[in-house]
Design a protein around this ligand. Structure first.
Ligand code: NAP
Length: 314
């Protein structure tokens, strides 16, 4: 398995398993199958409401000797309602409690947006804190303190643009180690990738397959289908693999980590095998033309001009 190195030379398996929208027995079984197959990196978040099941699966895997805790890489994320300094360590402790773990390998600020405490999804502008009331750099300083406590080994952010990262920079003892964002051939984020590479921030790709199983209400009409792109099919033929494997292996060949969500065994196997595909440089270059800056998860659901939040990705 390919690994990406952190600044302290710890490493993260480049291919992980996403778990958003996955729950219950299906998720427990999928994690057990995945880790037995060789996956070592699991991505979750408080807001996925599945940390408890993931913890159960991990316990079974460790108890039955399939894997040790040290061999696994587990990520969770701080929800938007716990950005105030006093809430960060408590939120991490709650995730650890649900996962049944002593430490997280990686903890991320999920979005650069703050809600009032206990607001899961905002219903009015009054549910938001302004960024003056809950500055991102204060949340980040609490993340640094959390890392110093040893409860999380690495800290990072998610859905941060270059603008958000630059805003943090003057206040950081340590710059984020990871930024997890949407990435795929229709949204290549070249300038963000360049910025992250320059600052030794690992970039992780979410929604690498287009997040087709998310709720209809989150989808644009006639959104594109990554699996149907002609060039992706051409490359799949050339490398004798599936379009899904091309979509996943593109990130690995580009120096990013990638966390496709898969519950079906056939998908778990297919995605895991994608790590073997080595791209010719001209094929990597050919993907550049596909960029449309298209977001499946467009972030407009968090627009709140009354509290100073324009479009998060602007
Ligand atoms: P995704 O991984 O792009 O797509 C998941 C869908 O693709 C599921 O329906 C899955 O089916 C299907 N699939 C998996 N492998 C396949 C294959 N080889 N061929 C055909 N279909 C395949 O979407 P996502 O879940 O939105 O993103 C991945 C992960 O990124 C999430 O689960 C989550 O961990 C993370 N994420 C983070 C954020 C953030 O704000 N930080 C946002 C979104 C996602 P089955 O499940 O039926 O196998």
């Amino acid at each position: 398995m390919q690994h990406l190195s952190f600044r302290n030379q710890d490493s993260m398996p480049a291919l992980g398993l996403g778990t958003w929208k996955a729950q219950g027995e299906e998720l427990i079984e999928a994690i057990i199958k995945a880790v037995t197959m060789g996956y070592r990196h699991i991505d979750t978040a408080m807001i996925y409401h599945n940390e408890h099941e993931i913890g159960q699966a991990i316990k079974q895997l460790i108890d039955s000797g399939v894997v040790t805790r040290e061999e696994l890489f587990v990520t969770s994320k701080l929800w938007n309602d716990a950005h105030l300094e006093d809430h960060v360590a408590t939120a991490a402790a709650q995730s650890l409690g649900k996962l049944g773990l002593d430490y997280l390998d990686l903890y991320l600020i999920h979005w650069p947006i703050a809600f009032k405490h206990t607001v899961i999804l905002p219903e009015s502008f009054q549910d938001y804190y302004t960024l003056a009331q809950a500055p991102l750099h204060k949340t980040w300083q609490a993340m640094e303190a959390l890392k110093a406590s040893g409860r999380v080994k690495h800290i990072g952010v998610s859905n941060f643009t270059v603008r958000h990262l630059e805003g943090l920079a003057p206040f950081c003892k340590e710059f984020p180690e990871v930024n997890q964002v949407e990435l795929h051939p229709l949204l290549q984020q070249e300038s963000l990738l360049e910025y992250c590479q320059k600052h030794n921030i690992l970039l992780t790709a979410y929604a690498p397959l287009g997040s087709g199983d998310r709720h209809q209400s989150m989808k644009a009409e006639q959104e594109p289908n990554l699996f149907a792109i002609k060039q992706i099919h051409g490359l799949a033929q050339k490398y004798d693999v599936t379009p899904g494997q091309i979509l996943i292996s593109w990130h690995l060949n580009r120096g990013c980590s990638v966390i496709p969500k898969a519950m079906q065994e056939i998908h778990l196997e297919e995605n895991y095998a994608a790590r073997h595909i080595v791209w010719a440089p001209e094929d990597l270059a050919s993907i550049k033309d596909l960029d449309q800056h298209y977001r499946f998860i467009n972030g407009h659901f968090f627009d709140c001009p009354e509290q100073g939040y324009g479009w998060v990705f602007a």
